[in-house]
Write a protein that binds this ligand. Structure first.
Ligand code: ADP
Length: 523
């Protein structure tokens, strides 16, 4: 990736060379007009929408800091500069960022800009040796061999950015294993340094990804071998970054209340349930919001007609367009089921595969958009080839089509094995597309089950991850569609009126940050 220098401004080099903090974090807060200064939060992340995205974390990173700013929190984002990002639209901070690595010092560049439509500064660490690659973490189903080194660089680099800018956060908010070293570094190499005063909040977006490496790689973290023990990094004979973060962070969070409870159990804890249960009083579940501007059925550039709860008529046109796009007969009377997501074990599509034969025996249409496991892709391509009259599989990543599915479908399928929060069911609700979900994680916290007596609920919920249960629940939705259309209308209206804006979540994070700050300062 060519790196033509663009505009320059001074800040980084001077501060970074002098190594003097611009303001000591321990000094008394400056009271401006009777108000304390805004809370300072550094949000460290390995991905951030719209710049680089593989999953829900990117959506959180792109939205939460903006919502925090609206609460007068000085939130800033640090992430790597990956290939494919709009690097020439970002301003280069003058000078080099000196990042200590196991092999010496990495001299990186920092490019800065703002999150789109906001005042949130974003600092992108430019170090081509680690990040100028086709993938964020590695080719599908593989990780790059040097991922421990790459994300050690991100963790260490994010702290060096703070020092270089003289930005001493009250809270450093770390997200998933790629940033899990930060809380450990703050407690160790920053000991008695200004950054030691920063509280750390570690958010689990998906406990299935823990950052597990060979124990022999401990030296790459730059930390002494003494930290490779069962209380910190060592876990079942391997180096586990998440485990160390769970021990070292001031407070912990995850992305839904139900997932926060589930991960304290053997079934969902992925081996870390013991530590999480020990820290249960320091662990909160805060449901993600969604970007209500991007996912707005009234103003969606990807769909043919706008609609809203107050005037849902446009949804019929979206449905017809989706049926056309899928090559299905355009029939308003047939229920259309949408599926969007990564084709991985987590999402339970293997269970759907076993239920599909029965479901395709009914008068339904199903569209699937997803990429992932090769076996799953092959299977769904096969069904597409043989049942193309009512099953369409698009095996690629296509944001516009994801929008059209949310808008045009009547029901949305998420038979997840586990789901920390899940965004698609919230998009569905907002587009009046009733979700059919398994009772797990964030799905349980966002979708309420249909009640035939009262027309209550916003979707259809099942418990057992079994093809029979899934097919029965799809059948229940189909019979409701044909036999009680009024109920579908009522549920749709209720679904579209749910509030999933980031505002609510940002307030919960604000409380969490305040608590973390108090805890760190011994309050
Ligand atoms: P996860 O983070 O586990 O992948 P989420 O439901 O939290 O699941 O978020 C997935 C995000 O990625 C959503 O914004 C969804 O629309 C999007 N997405 C997943 N697969 C595709 C695809 N094939 N095409 C377009 N968007 C996709």
């Amino acid at each position: 990736m060519p790196r033509a220098p663009t505009k320059k401004k001074t800040t980084l080099e001077r501060a970074s060379r002098s190594r003097k903090p611009a303001a000591a974090p321990t000094e008394a807060p400056v009271m401006t007009a009777g108000k304390p200064p805004p809370l300072k939060v550094l949000f460290v992340t390995s991905e951030c929408a719209p710049f680089a995205k593989t999953g829900g974390l990117a959506d959180v990173a792109g939205a939460l800091p903006k919502a925090l700013r609206a609460l007068n929190i000085d939130a800033r984002v640090v992430m790597p500069l990956y290939a494919g990002m709009p690097w020439n639209e970002l301003e280069i901070l003058d000078g080099a960022l000196h990042v200590p690595m196991w092999w010496g010092t990495a001299h990186a560049r920092v490019r800065t800009g703002k999150l789109p439509n906001s005042d949130v500064p974003i600092y992108c660490l430019e170090y081509n040796r680690y990040f100028d690659r086709p993938y964020l973490y590695g080719p599908p189903a593989e990780g790059y061999n040097d991922n421990l080194e790459r994300f050690t660089f991100l963790s260490r680099g994010s702290l060096e950015v703070c020092k270089a800018l003289g930005f001493y956060p009250d809270v450093i908010h770390c997200n998933d294993w790629q940033t899990a070293l930060v809380p450990v570094l703050v407690n160790t190499v920053e000991w008695l340094q200004p950054l030691h005063a920063s509280a750390t909040v570690y958010s689990i977006h998906n406990l299935a990804y823990q950052g597990i490496f060979d124990g022999g790689g401990m030296f790459i973290t730059g930390l002494g071998r003494e930290h490779y023990n069962a209380g910190e990094f060592e876990h079942f004979g391997a180096l586990n970054l998440t485990k160390a973060a769970l021990r070292h962070s001031t407070l912990l969070s995850t992305v839904s209340p139900t997932y926060a409870r589930e991960i304290q159990t053997g079934e969902y804890g992925n081996g870390l349930d013991g530590i999480l249960a020990e820290r249960r009083d320091d662990l909160v579940g805060i449901l993600n919001g969604i970007d209500v501007d991007e996912w707005n059925p009234m103003k969606d550039p990807f769909t043919p007609e706008p609609f809203a709860a107050a005037d849902p008529r446009g949804k019929a046109a979206c449905k017809a367009a989706l049926q056309k796009e899928a090559g299905f007969p355009v029939r308003p009377d047939v229920p259309v089921f949408g599926i969007v997501g990564r084709l991985t074990h987590q999402k339970g599509f293997d269970v759907l595969a076993h239920a599909l034969d029965r479901v395709l025996g009914w008068d339904v249409q199903i569209v699937l958009l997803g990429t992932g496991d090769e076996d799953a892709q092959r299977f769904f391509a096969y069904v597409d080839a043989h049942r193309g009259d009512r099953f369409r599989a698009w095996l690629r990543f296509d944001n516009g089509r994801a929008h059209r599915i949310e808008a045009g479908a009547d029901f949305f399928l998420m038979p997840s094995r586990f789901e920390p929060c899940g965004l698609n069911q919230m998009y569905s609700l907002r587009y009046g597309t009733l979700p059919i979900v398994r009772a797990t994680g964030g799905l349980m916290d966002t979708v309420s089950n249909y009640d035939e007596k009262t027309a209550g609920g916003t979707g259809f919920v099942f418990n057992d991850l079994h093809p029979e249960s899934l097919a029965n629940t799809i059948g229940w939705a189909v019979s409701t569609w044909f036999d009680r259309p009024k109920h579908i209308e009522i549920m749709r209206d209720r679904a579209m009126r749910q509030d999933f804006s980031w505002d609510r979540a940002a307030r919960a994070y604000q409380d969490l940050y305040e608590r973390a700050k108090q805890r760190r300062r011994g309050g």
